[in-house]
Design a protein around this ligand. Structure first.
Ligand code: CA
Ligand code: CA
Ligand code: CA
Length: 229
């Protein structure tokens, strides 16, 4: 059986001027890394005194090797009655107050933080905040109202607030993205696979007795998940 003709070989058997070789191509860089999932859960922890601070938990997963969460902002300036941070005596705020307190930052450093009494923006900057690590902090959150402000800002009232996160990674530009907090979030949390607590409103509604003013103690959770591709 005769071998098929090679493309650079004439039928006479003499080689032509064409030479087969591998084409040199430009170096290829991976343009997309594993997507980043970042989430936060807010917990209204008022048990009648409003001085213990409401709790927020933040964690993230994914990203290229070496990715770090370097900045985080929670912005409660939203449509409708706005939650705000009640960090000091006097000024804006209802009932008691509680300043920002970091409860857990195992594995990374908090470079800076800022929040104003009566303000709607709370900001952190971090160093070494790697995937899977978690920030827990507390701060009193109240809510605007008429004719009076409200010492309780439950999950439904906190929902709509923004979570803004900035990531850095070697060989990549810094990436900033945002998402809003949702009250009914369990399906979203399940999909994200983030290590954050599920919504637990009904359990705690039953668990706590009524406040002296007749309101029920609420321990609503709400969260936000931001996807950065
Ligand atoms: Ca205040
Ligand atoms: Ca307060
Ligand atoms: Ca409060």
């Amino acid at each position: 059986m005769r071998a098929p003709e090679q493309p650079n070989q004439a039928s006479s058997g003499f080689r032509t001027g064409r030479i087969c070789r591998f084409e040199q191509i430009e170096q290829r860089w991976l343009l997309s890394a594993m997507p980043i999932q970042v989430g936060a859960v807010y917990l209204e922890t008022d048990i009648g005194a409003d001085n213990s601070g409401d709790i927020l938990e933040v964690t993230w997963e994914g990203g290229a090797p070496g990715t770090q969460l370097v900045g985080l902002t929670i912005d409660t300036d939203k449509i409708g009655d706005r939650p705000f941070f009640d960090t000091k005596s006097g000024g804006l705020g209802e009932s008691e107050y509680a300043d920002l307190q970091v409860l857990d930052n195992t594995g990374f450093s908090i470079v800076g933080s800022s929040v104003d009494d009566g303000g709607t923006t709370l900001t952190f900057t971090f160093s070494g905040f790697d995937a899977g690590e978690k920030l827990r902090f507390s701060v009193d959150v109240d809510e605007e109202g008429y004719p009076e402000n409200n010492a309780i800002a439950d999950g439904g009232e906190f929902a709509g607030s923004k979570l803004i996160a900035t990531f850095t990674a070697p060989h990549y530009h810094d990436e900033t993205d945002s998402d809003i907090f949702w009250n009914a979030y369990d399906a979203k949390l399940l999909e994200s696979e983030l290590n954050l607590p599920p919504r637990q409103a009904s359990h705690h509604r039953r668990a706590f007795p009524r406040r002296p003013d007749g309101r029920r103690h609420l321990r609503y959770a709400t969260n936000a998940l931001a996807d950065l591709d």
